[in-house]
Design a protein around this ligand. Structure first.
Ligand code: SF4
Length: 88
């Protein structure tokens, strides 16, 4: 586990998004599947994960890592099902 990651807060704020604090923002839009592992791991520790999943669904995102899910434009329905699982 990365010791530089902040603790999860009870009242997450937008600035708590780990994609704003870890690595480079482009890391959340990997061009190779194997490069998605690190951002996905960070997402699973992010206090905003549920809000992020809802935002990705609401705004119909088709690319990038959102809420720990690498959105697959070729199978976007499966990606959206994975995001909905996070909201349960
Ligand atoms: S869950 Fe969303 S807000 Fe949090 S690090 Fe991942 S992409 Fe960023």
């Amino acid at each position: 586990m990365n010791p530089y990651l902040p603790p999860i807060r009870e009242d997450p704020q937008p600035d708590d998004a780990l994609c704003r604090k870890v690595g480079h923002p482009d890391d959340w839009f990997p061009t190779r599947i194997r490069d998605a592992a690190e951002p996905i791991k960070a997402c699973w520790r992010c206090p905003l994960i549920k809000g992020c999943a809802a935002a990705a669904l609401d705004t119909m995102q088709r690319h990038g890592v959102w809420a720990g899910v690498l959105l697959n434009d070729a199978d976007i329905q499966t990606s959206r099902d994975q995001l909905r699982e996070i909201l349960k």
